[in-house]
Design a protein. Structure first.
Length: 198
């Protein structure tokens, strides 16, 4: 047993001060940002602006869609950035909407025409043989040339919205839409014929 009763309590006081000093040192370096982060979470993030509306498009030439849109796999990846419409070489090509011709000229050996039909909306047609248009305004369904060689007896129609290619099919006005017919019975099975009664 120790001679001095106070000597047993002094080491406990020293440890308490050391623990208290350590906690205060750690607390000084931890930011008290909990109220700010709660306030930040309650404010919704700003909404992305809506893409510009795409006006309705008319088929630029008579024919069936023979190849659909296939979104690309990255900025230079494979894909089909529009639709192909079956059309013999020499068939008239018309503008799908009113707008402004932004480009009419050769690209990789074939001639293409690009129209701005709304802010941020660009339509590209090609190949076009002997374009009848130059930079400037054009009306809806105005002739701009004839289907040219170089795309397998088809006319390509591409649509870009804010620089991103989109599927033109939903915007076509004069393309027949699929319609579902009502079924006569649930599941589409034929209805049983009433059996003769005895």
């Amino acid at each position: 047993m120790p001679a001095d009763p106070e000597s047993t309590t002094r080491p406990a006081r020293g440890w308490g001060r050391l623990v208290l000093a350590s906690l205060l040192a750690v607390a000084a370096f931890v930011p008290a940002a909990a109220p700010a982060s709660v306030a930040e979470r309650s404010v919704p993030p700003p909404a992305a602006p809506d893409p510009p509306p795409v006006p309705g498009l008319w088929m630029p030439t008579a024919g069936a869609v023979v190849r659909g849109f296939d979104s690309r796999a990255g900025p230079y990846g494979p894909g089909h950035r529009g639709i192909d419409i079956a059309a013999p070489m020499g068939q008239v090509v018309r503008t799908p909407a009113a707008g402004r011709v932004m480009f009419a000229g050769p690209v990789a050996g074939t001639t293409w025409v690009s129209l701005r039909i709304a802010p941020g909306v660009l339509v590209t047609l090609g190949p076009v043989l002997d374009p009848e248009v130059t930079a400037g305004p054009v009306g809806s369904r105005s002739p701009i040339g004839r289907v040219g060689p170089g795309h397998g007896a088809t006319l390509h129609l591409g649509v870009r919205v804010d620089g991103v290619y989109v599927d033109p099919l939903p915007y076509l006005l004069d393309r027949p839409r699929a319609r579902l017919a009502p079924l006569r019975s649930p599941g589409g099975l034929p209805t049983p014929v009433d059996a003769p009664r005895s």
